[in-house]
Design a protein around this ligand. Structure first.
Ligand code: GLC
Length: 535
């Protein structure tokens, strides 16, 4: 049966931020040979695919999310030959490679924009969104996601251009068929090389309202300084789904490729919207990120609610994915604070991520319990932090170097790291955890291995269990006759759950009980932060 299941459904995907993974040339910035050097580590962890945050040529105003050449590798990461070697070595180990496709916008230094900007009658003018002002003011009231207006006045040709992020990230005009064609060609370039798919950056921003209607103002439930508007006309336009369908047609011409889309929404997230980008489940994105769980409060109740809403939103033929961390959000163990509870919470969160229904995405360092680094104002490099300090300290803290060992700079680099290494590295690092069978790293590895040999866990249905309460989240995973019960105590104290006579009772996996033990009392007592899988 397993042969027919696509890898991106049954597998586990690992996101790595190439600047911060491993530096092999001593310049302080991670590189492609560094990733290749750690493929055995990733294979050993048990991941089926890696997603690399952008590695294309970029002036780095937004650290690679502003691309100036889609076909070249930025020299800071290496050369195209380094990438081909990485791809080849990953494939030899059965690891797929997903690239970040950042095509809502390009860099302002991309030759397309340079041409578009040159004159009003340049053939590339219509590749971006240019408009006259209204009474010396921008064409409408749209705001950029990173703050300020979304329109930049450009003196030489006397018009404004649209940028949903920084002014160095002009938005492509997705209503222009030439743009669609050009991006399809860039995608083919990588697909032909053997790349296994793409993570589509801010997929829900692509097509803008044709008439550029003004957005209403209105604060969301947890307003951020840069999210003051209801983005009705500049995001989430239904026409974007047509673009996604064309992309799907293209990737389907190749074997086994996949696309996962970032549906960017401010807190509290919008699972229904995220799921719309899956189309019928077979004609649009393979996977889409929903951030409700990331935005959720910590606790059995809030996570059960977020997980249920996400599962209910997935179309019948579609498939969810799960994520607790990425390069834009504070790391989960920092979000959920309370350092004294971190070790227990880390395992609970790992178990949640790896046993919910859907493809799990692990963010580098999550598997060893990395927390946010402390970045001073002087050390700050993220444009978002520079703009909003101290209200929003930017995204540098979740992007600090991977902690490999207790060697200087955590074994990340022999040079001066581009962001400071978290000073907790002598305690929290891969090498130390490899030697400790009770470490978080072993916990991730063991649970991933269990998923691999237990189809009910990777592919089964998901059903909340009746006894779930404020402390304990419990759910069934079932496939055919196989049924597992996952029980997670989110609290730092002992908690109970009522047990049904028909519930599975043999311990398959857990933090506090022996494998094979039979658990059958009517009321089950769970140790603080206990993870228990019964089958
Ligand atoms: C996405 C990326 C983020 C980037 C933004 C603009 O949200 O994840 O890092 O800054 O898009 O490309």
């Amino acid at each position: 049966m397993k042969q027919n299941v696509p890898w991106w459904k049954s597998g586990v995907i690992y996101q790595l931020y190439p600047r911060s993974f491993l530096d092999t040339d001593g310049d302080g910035t991670g590189d492609l040979p560094g990733i290749t050097a750690k493929l055995d580590y990733l294979a050993d962890l048990g991941v089926d695919g890696i997603w690399l945050s952008p590695i294309n040529c970029s002036p780095m105003f937004d650290f690679g999310y502003d691309i100036s050449d889609y076909r070249e590798i930025d020299p800071v990461f290496g050369r195209l030959s380094d990438f081909q070697h990485l791809l080849d070595q990953a494939h030899q180990r059965g690891i797929r490679v997903i690239l970040d496709l950042v095509v809502n916008h390009t860099s302002h230094l991309h030759p397309w924009f340079v041409a578009s900007r040159a004159s009003r009658d340049n053939p590339k003018r219509g590749w971006y969104i240019w408009r006259d002002g209204k009474n010396k003011k921008p064409p409408n009231n749209w705001l950029a996601a990173f703050g300020g207006g979304a329109w930049q006045w450009d003196e030489p040709t006397g018009q404004y251009y649209l940028h949903s992020f920084l002014k160095e990230q002009p938005d492509l005009n997705w209503r222009n068929p030439e743009v669609r064609q050009a991006i399809a060609e860039e995608m083919r370039f990588w697909l032909d090389m053997g790349v296994d798919g793409f993570r589509l950056d801010v997929i829900n921003f692509f097509v803008k309202d044709e008439n550029l209607r003004a957005n209403p103002f209105g604060l969301g439930p947890t307003p951020r300084p840069y999210d003051l508007q209801k983005h009705i006309y500049d995001r989430n336009r239904p026409e974007t789904l047509d673009v996604v369908r064309v992309f799907r047609g293209l990737t389907d011409q190749y074997d086994d490729r996949m696309m996962v889309g970032e549906v960017y929404t401010p807190p509290p997230g919008d699972p229904k919207l995220s799921a719309t980008y899956l189309g019928t489940g077979e004609d649009a994105l393979h996977l889409s990120f929903d951030f409700s769980i990331i935005y959720s409060r910590y606790g059995a109740g809030p996570f059960m609610k977020a997980a249920s809403q996400w599962m209910e939103s997935i179309p019948w033929a579609g498939w969810p994915c799960q994520v607790l961390n990425n390069h834009d959000q504070p790391r989960s163990l920092s979000r959920y604070g309370r350092p004294k509870h971190a070790p227990g919470r880390a395992k609970i969160l790992a178990a949640l991520l790896l046993t919910l229904r859907g493809t799990p995405f692990i963010y580098y360092g999550e598997e060893i319990g990395m927390v946010n680094g402390r970045i001073t104002r002087r050390q700050l490099v993220d444009p978002l932090g520079k703009k909003y300090w101290p209200l929003h300290k930017g995204r540098d803290p979740e992007r600090t170097p991977m902690q490999w060992s207790n060697a200087p700079s955590a074994g990340f680099s022999t040079g001066d790291p581009w962001l400071p290494v978290n000073p907790d590295y002598p305690l929290i690092n891969v090498e130390a955890q490899q030697q400790d069978p009770n470490s978080l790293l072993h916990f991730y590895r063991n649970l991933i291995a269990l998923r691999r040999k237990t189809p009910a866990l990777s592919l089964g249905d998901w059903q909340p269990a009746a006894g779930s309460n404020r402390s304990v989240m419990a759910y069934y995973r079932s496939l055919g006759a196989d049924r597992l019960l996952v029980v997670l105590n989110f609290d730092a104290s002992v908690a109970g759950i009522d047990f049904l006579a028909t519930d599975p009772a043999r311990v398959v996996f857990g933090t506090h009980r022996r494998k094979g033990e039979i658990v059958s009392a009517p009321r089950l007592k769970l140790a603080p932060h206990e993870v228990l899988i019964l089958g």
